[in-house]
Ligand binder design. Structure first.
Ligand code: SAM
Ligand code: SF4
Ligand code: SF4
Length: 300
């Protein structure tokens, strides 16, 4: 991370903590909800299957920038399906950087060739060993691994959503992250139980077992892009929700925290680690502040 970016985030953090401000710093633009996969745990794919036009996305990026947002995520659907004429996802990343966003990340299922060297991080979903991943995501493991090996930069971070199918395979993903070329780290989430995927949710005991496995892997040197100090809050869902420092923009609609904010009762069962990590950080939790500094400076 550049020193100027670090100071920008540090100033934002201090102001937010001291004055209890609710301004956002992290924004996600959904470029399409179209997807080539139909993963078992996912409730947000192919609802409209519209690929939003470039001008619309550009305006949404500008709107987020003008609100003070400096960390931008592109998400979907499948982000690599996005195109408009000659423009593709890489052009959006480059444009976001030129606009002044300090960190630009992309979330992908990894089934398309990966050529995004300008992205700070590519969060690439890997949901277990080959068998569990393919059970959730269809027969995609081998093509993903091939795409990672051929990627044009080492900016990949695995993104694992832990659920009833893959809860015993946290260790496998940590080891794959440690041993795979072009992969920097792994970041976890617990399944967030939308009404149509409730059966995949983890119990408190199962979440505790997963966090114990992640902690053990961290001790053994696995590159985990999460904050251990947030685990007790995640296990018992006792972190504040929603996260006012995060917003999502989907087809012109701006929501606080996530597009899931309107699903009744979901925030109390939220499994997204970033929500726990950011809300605790901006409440001034000293352990989280220290660990966040150490972790972010290591991986971004
Ligand atoms: C909706 S996908 C969009 C980007 C891309 N298609 C992908 O799969 O990475 C973004 C991330 O959300 C995760 N996800 C989907 N539904 C989830 C849920 N109910 N709870 C937690 N994570 C979920 C996916 O596994 C993926 O890592
Ligand atoms: S690849 Fe991503 S958007 Fe597509 S179905 Fe799977 S989780 Fe959902
Ligand atoms: S806190 Fe609520 S809105 Fe935010 S990610 Fe979790 S479920 Fe979605």
């Amino acid at each position: 991370m550049r020193l100027s970016s670090f100071f920008h985030f540090a100033t934002f953090g201090v102001k937010t903590i001291l004055f209890g401000k609710k301004e956002p710093i992290l924004g996600t633009v959904i470029v399409t909800d179209k997807c080539n996969l139909h993963c078992k745990h996912c409730s947000v794919n192919n609802i409209t299957a519209v690929i939003y036009p470039y001008e619309q996305i550009r305006n949404e990026m500008q709107q987020l920038y003008d609100m003070g947002i400096r960390i931008l995520f592109f998400c979907g659907g499948e982000t690599f399906l996005w195109k408009d004429g000659e423009r593709n996802l890489r052009d959006l990343v480059i444009e976001a950087k030129q606009m002044g966003f300090l960190i630009v990340n992309v979330v992908t299922n990894g089934t398309f060739p990966i050529d995004l060297p300008e992205a700070d991080l590519i969060l690439l979903s890997l949901d277990g060993d080959k068998q569990r991943h393919n059970e959730i995501r269809g027969d995609t493991y081998d093509i993903i691994m091939k795409n990672i090996s051929n990627a044009t930069a080492d900016n990949i971070c695995f993104y694992m959503a832990i659920n009833q199918i893959n809860k015993d395979y946290v260790r496998d993903v940590c080891i794959t992250a440690r041993d795979t070329k072009n992969v920097r780290a792994v970041s976890f989430n617990f399944h967030t139980p939308y009404p149509d995927t409730k059966e995949l949710a983890l119990t408190t005991e199962e979440k505790a077992a997963c966090c114990a496995a992640i902690t053990q892997m961290m001790k053994e040197g696995a590159p985990v892009f999460n904050l251990k100090s947030a685990f007790p809050y995640l296990i018992e869902n006792r972190f504040p929700t929603p996260c006012y420092q995060c917003v999502v923009m989907e087809n012109g609609k701006l929501s606080t925290c996530g597009r899931c904010i309107e699903v009744p009762g979901l925030c109390e069962q939220c499994g997204y680690f970033f929500v726990a990590e950011y809300t605790l950080l901006f409440r001034g939790n000293p352990k989280i502040i220290f660990e966040m500094l150490r972790t972010y400076l290591k991986y971004i």
